[in-house]
Design a protein around this ligand. Structure first.
Ligand code: DC
Length: 212
């Protein structure tokens, strides 16, 4: 079973997807980490984030392995290094290139084909796995999303984080679209247990439907 969880930054995707995967015994596939890892490598190698060909070349040459919090590319363990304000601010510049997206989407489909997984991203339900068994689109009010980010990115004030989120929303808008058959969950006033419980119930209903 594939459970697709899409939505904007700060809507609670990672927290929910991680816990859900643990509960169900599924793999957790964080597709944003792939775009972040490629961005990190491009900065490290001095590759221009405007150069789609060079970025696609880097993506083709270096697979990203994501295993829980550990992320590896080109022999570097960068699990912590990719979750910084610096990467937040430029990752959309890498993710906007269609050539790059095609390569990473293909890898994501290969991973999805390996079996049960909770896949987190922006375009999973619409493009990467349009046949996903359960599709969720998480949202939250902008103030709440910025507040959550304050815990994850200490050091930057709430106002600066809110501005960064607004900019990233605008840059990611093209990739972010709720599938028509996705269940929308507004997490602004919900606890993580509520959200995970709701998705677990949807997954159980889908599994029951699939039984002969
Ligand atoms: O979910 P995240 O913040 O870690 O994602 C980082 C960036 O990667 C995000 O700004 C947009 C891009 N992304 C994407 O375009 N498609 C995905 N499936 C996942 C992430």
């Amino acid at each position: 079973m594939i459970i697709a969880i899409d939505g904007p930054a700060g809507a609670g995707k990672s927290t929910v997807a991680r816990l859900l995967a643990k509960r169900l015994g599924f793999r957790y596939l964080d597709t944003g980490a792939m775009y972040r890892a490629l961005t990190w490598l491009a900065l490290e190698r001095g590759v221009s984030l405007d150069d789609a060909d060079a970025l696609a070349g880097l993506a083709r040459a270096h697979d990203v392995t994501v295993d829980g919090d550990s992320v590896e590319i080109a022999g570097h363990e960068i699990g912590a290094a990719i979750r910084t304000v610096e990467i937040d601010r430029v990752v959309s510049s890498v993710a906007r290139h269609d050539q790059v997206r095609e390569i990473l989407r293909e890898r994501q489909r290969t991973l999805a084909a390996e079996g049960d997984a909770v896949m987190e991203g922006r375009d999973i339900g619409m493009v990467v796995c349009p046949d996903a068994d359960v599709k969720i689109f998480l949202t939250a009010d902008p103030e709440e999303r910025a507040r959550r980010r304050t815990d994850e990115r200490p050091g930057l004030g709430a106002d600066a984080l809110a501005t960064d989120l607004r900019l990233r929303d605008r840059r990611d808008a093209k990739q972010l679209e709720a599938a028509p058959d996705a269940e929308r969950i507004d997490t602004t006033h919900l606890g993580i247990e509520d959200v995970v419980g709701r998705i677990e119930a949807l997954a159980a209903a889908r599994a029951a439907e699939a039984k002969p």
